[in-house]
Write a protein that binds this ligand. Structure first.
Ligand code: PEP
Length: 252
């Protein structure tokens, strides 16, 4: 039985004071829920330290939104996996479509980052998903499964077991357009099939696959009720305590 997992991707929102205020608002609303599901918030780098203090004892985990694959060195503006660990992170989002689209992230760089995260002991959330044009061209399977194979290339089954995949159709991110539960489930099942081919059926059946793309309080329960949907990666709705808490509740 896979434990449901809801993560909030705050993107470039919530400087330290605002991050703490949002966490303080979320905490009482999800108190008790973290006993049977995983909840993580992913603020921007500069808010991690304050967020860590605010989250202490809450049962809510802390994640970052990116890292660099090298452990240290002349990489101006970058942050290493160990730096995230010492800032209190347990998780890291890798290969988000905004990073692929605006910052040149590729399956190869995601793969390097994934190895760095695993080596440091961070739990990675690896994002994949097709654009609207790719969907309309009938290329969902080729694109998404290609990203899975490329991003997770070379991992051992034991390493893969530590990875969460987030299926986020690019056309549904921040647009208010959500994949229907049936559309999402179809792709999640394909992803699990590819994970089974790569890492074996047992590992694949234990790996969690989140859905992301305009998940809201009113569509979360139906999405999370699908056989291969194990929770969500939440953008816009994660910036509002009541909405985020309602989505966490829907993962029950
Ligand atoms: C995201 O950016 O990961 C995301 C799913 O955003 P939204 O929920 O706003 O579509």
């Amino acid at each position: 039985m896979r434990r449901k997992f809801v993560a909030g991707n705050w993107k470039m929102n919530k400087a330290a004071d605002a991050a703490v205020a949002l966490i303080e608002a979320i905490k009482p609303l999800v108190a008790g829920l973290t006993a049977d599901r995983d909840v993580v918030v992913c603020p921007p780098f500069t808010s991690l330290s304050a967020a860590r203090t605010a989250l202490a004892g809450s049962g809510i985990g802390l994640g970052a939104q990116n890292l660099h694959w090298e452990p240290a060195g002349a990489y101006t503006g970058e942050i290493s996996a160990d730096m995230l660990l010492t800032s209190g992170c347990t998780h890291v989002i890798l290969g988000h479509s905004e990073r692929r689209q605006y910052f040149g992230e590729t399956d190869e760089t995601v793969n390097r980052k994934l190895n760095a995260a695993l080596k440091a002991g961070l739990a990675p959330i690896v994002c994949v998903g097709e654009t609207r044009q790719e969907r309309e061209a009938g290329r969902i399977e080729a694109v998404v499964l290609g990203q899975i194979s490329g991003s997770l290339q070379g991992l051992s089954p034991a390493q893969a077991a530590l990875v969460t995949v987030a299926y986020e159709p690019v056309w549904a991110i921040g647009t208010g357009l959500t994949a229907t539960a049936a559309q999402a489930e179809e792709v999640h099942a394909l992803i699990r099939g590819r994970l089974a081919a790569l890492f074996g059926a047992e590992v694949a059946s234990a790996m969690r696959i989140q859905y992301g793309g305009s998940v809201k309080a009113d569509n979360a329960a139906e999405l999370f009720g699908q056989a291969n949907i194990d929770g969500g990666l939440i953008g816009g709705a994660a910036l509002d305590a009541a909405s985020f808490a309602a989505i966490v509740k829907a993962a029950g």
